[in-house]
Design a protein around this ligand. Structure first.
Ligand code: URA
Length: 237
């Protein structure tokens, strides 16, 4: 368990900015293990130490797991010099603590998990674990039955890399086609580049599943919620 500054821990639980929580300490409203804290920079172990603010035990949760329906136009990173990021959409007490599990392109929508659980994140992203990711794609051009075989066999991308077997399910086929794609890897722009290698252009992409975790349909783009216990259990499976 990690030792952290008291003011950081207080701010992370949503009690206010660092400056504001320092005032709480100055006003002698914060106790650590029964003793009034005088130094906002003192180190505490939030899972272990009993911290009270104005007589109320601090509600500190070590682990945060958030499902977001990522909207287009935001970057799936924790900071970016030019664009808003997915963590900018979260309340401050989460934003400072979580990171996105993997990346979606700026124009891609859909399921994005954000957490401070590095182990889970690692497990979900590790190529060895082959966690499948399912996407809904709208494609300019006709997706044809023979493309299903190409996806299953692996497609050689523009950089010479041949993708692992992937699943293509054609939902509709015409001037604009719709399909579901399931891949087990996460190469840069992978789905778009797989279609591009077949002469087709993805014009809309949305992730709808990651392993056992399904995007909650009731979340509109930009909305998020915590994972349920069942969802978390299935991910940790
Ligand atoms: N494949 C892509 O091309 N883009 C994404 O955002 C995710 C998968």
């Amino acid at each position: 368990m990690k030792r952290e500054r008291l003011d950081k821990v207080l701010a992370n639980t949503g009690l206010g900015t660092r400056k504001e929580v320092k005032q709480l300490v100055k006003q002698a409203l914060v106790t650590v293990n029964g003793t009034v804290a005088t130094d906002p920079g003192m180190h505490v172990i939030p899972e272990q130490d009993e911290i009270e603010v104005d007589g109320h035990p601090l509600d500190y949760r070590r682990w945060i797991y958030v499902m977001m329906n990522k909207p287009p136009g935001v970057i799936s990173a924790t900071e970016d010099s030019r664009h808003r990021t997915v963590v900018d959409l979260l309340p401050l007490e989460w934003a400072d603590r979580v990171h996105p599990v993997g990346r979606l392109d700026i124009d891609t929508e859909g399921l994005l998990l954000l957490t401070n659980d590095g182990q889970l994140s690692h497990n979900l992203l590790s190529p060895k674990k082959k966690v499948d990711k399912e996407y809904f794609a709208r494609i300019e051009g006709q997706v044809r039955p023979e493309h299903v075989g190409h996806f299953a066999d692996g497609i050689t991308l523009d950089d010479g890399y041949t993708t692992k077997p992937a699943q293509l399910e054609i939902l509709s086929s015409g001037e604009v086609s719709e399909a579901k794609v399931t891949i087990t890897e996460g190469k840069f722009h992978q789905v778009k580049r797989m279609f591009a290698a077949l002469g087709l252009e993805v014009v809309y992409l949305k992730r709808i599943r990651m392993g056992p975790l399904l995007l909650d349909d009731s979340l509109v783009p930009g909305e998020y919620r915590e994972l349920t216990d069942d969802e978390l259990a299935s991910l940790k499976g």
